[in-house]
Write a protein that binds this ligand. Structure first.
Ligand SMILES: [Zn+2]
Length: 192
């Protein structure tokens, strides 16, 4: 599918579009191939986001660990390199590491390593991704006065549950990025 065109940046709805922005960010998937999507964006939105993207990649990778083959590649080719290269990113991340006691499923208590998740960063990046994907699917820009609600879940939702199955499924990168979406035909601002 050809990406829809726009003269205005589809992320900020303000500046002229002079470049293409990957949604989700291409840099999240170093070492993996997939069905990447691009949308027209201004250079401010495009350049201003790369630091956020690198930082978020580290947090997501640290949360997931190396549970799957794709997650392992993402850590080794992406987040692990960032943490070796960037002292600032490393110290910010390390400064929130704490050992906390948790109750295991068998009732025993054990210490586990935890870190603080920067919610504002997740919201910024996923709002951009959401606005980009909205445009990609509808060919219309989500107006700035329509808020994007980002909710972080404690665990992976079951994308195959009956409720979510009613929504259209897309895979961007196998094993790494999948989403479902639904557009309200009467008012496309009510999009999930
Ligand atoms: Zn912009």
């Amino acid at each position: 599918m050809q990406p829809p065109k726009s003269d205005i940046c589809v992320i900020c709805e303000t500046n002229p579009a002079t470049t293409d922005e990957h949604v989700p960010p291409r840099g999240f998937f170093k070492g993996l191939s997939g069905q990447f999507r691009t949308v027209p964006a201004c250079s401010a939105c495009n350049n201003g986001s790369s630091k956020d993207d690198e930082e978020l990649r580290l947090y997501i990778s640290a949360q997931i660990g190396k549970q799957t083959e794709a997650a392992k590649i993402l850590w080794e080719k992406g987040a692990h390199k960032s943490i070796l290269r960037s002292t600032q990113l490393r110290s910010t991340f390390m400064s929130t590491l704490r050992e906390v006691p948790v109750v295991l499923p068998n009732g025993e208590v054990a210490n586990r390593l935890t870190f603080l998740v920067p919610l504002a960063l997740y919201k910024r990046v996923f709002e951009r991704v959401t606005r980009g994907l909205f445009f990609w699917h509808t060919s219309s820009i989500l107006p700035r006065d329509t808020s994007v609600k980002i909710q972080l879940l404690v665990s992976m939702p079951d994308l195959d549950s009956p409720d979510l199955k009613a929504l259209e499924a897309h895979t961007v990168v196998e094993g790494a990025f999948k989403y479902r979406f639904g557009i309200d035909p009467e008012n496309n601002r009510n999009t999930v």
